[in-house]
Design a protein. Structure first.
Length: 239
């Protein structure tokens, strides 16, 4: 199997972790607050060294969006100039399939292997040299929430998905992207993990085939909604 060493947990108790350190400098805080944490989701680069001095076994992850460019400096005009055929549009063939309506972050055709290579070169390799040992892909969903439909290649419209929320082709592409990224990271010369943020949706259960495939294609899953489903399942302060 493929793994990063994590200390044994003989009592089978709940493991501790940090969900984003909000760019805090760990060296400026009480190291004892961090020494038992086994995983940091979204560790800040300036704290990597301090985390390792506190607990060398801590898994330090960097998060990247799976289907968009996170850098606003590369806006729609930039992408139209340099890689127009990578921009993912809605079915009107005009409106980019902006993720969550975020117009400052250009949506990319994640089914295109050239896009994955670009993501590795621009979003991942630098993190290896910075000392991270895991990547977390965010906004992973089997649902086509933004109506992604197709791209313009060499001036011709190329449909990829049907634009519907529940689209088999979209689900296949999502799973293919996750599997490819995991394989890429596992090919590194030192252990490097790949995880995803993922929530159950539209009747999916933990035993659903799509969920099982997502589990098998990633090394770990982060559920940003947590036990309470982002607060929706809280009954009272004790439940």
């Amino acid at each position: 199997g493929y793994s990063v060493n994590v200390a044994a947990n003989p009592n089978n108790n709940i493991r501790t972790f940090v969900v984003s350190d909000n760019m805090e400098t760990v060296s400026g805080l009480n190291a004892s607050d961090y020494k038992n944490n086994e995983f940091v989701y979204g560790a800040s680069a300036q704290s990597i060294s301090a985390y390792k001095q506190t607990n060398i076994s801590t898994i330090l992850s960097y998060s990247i969006p799976f289907s968009r460019d996170p850098e606003p400096v590369r806006n729609l005009t930039w992408w139209q100039k340099y890689h127009a055929d990578w921009i993912l549009y809605q079915c009107d063939k005009v409106t980019p399939a902006f993720v969550g309506g975020n117009h400052s972050s250009v949506p990319l055709d994640f089914s295109n292997n050239e896009v994955i290579i670009w993501q590795m070169n621009n979003l991942v390799y630098k993190r290896v040299s910075e000392g991270y040992n895991a990547i977390v892909a965010t906004e992973i969903s089997y649902g086509n929430e933004d109506g992604a439909c197709g791209v313009w290649r060499h001036g011709y419209w190329t449909p990829i998905f049907n634009g519907d929320f529940w689209d088999t082709a979209y689900q296949t592409a999502v799973l293919g992207w996750v599997s490819t990224m995991q394989a890429n990271l596992h090919a590194f010369s030192r252990p490097f993990l790949f995880g995803v943020t993922f929530q159950l949706e539209l009747g999916l259960t933990a035993s659903s085939s799509l969920v099982t495939q997502m589990i098998n294609a990633s090394d770990f899953i982060v559920d940003p909604a947590g036990y309470t489903q982002a607060g929706d399942d809280i009954v009272d302060e004790n439940t």
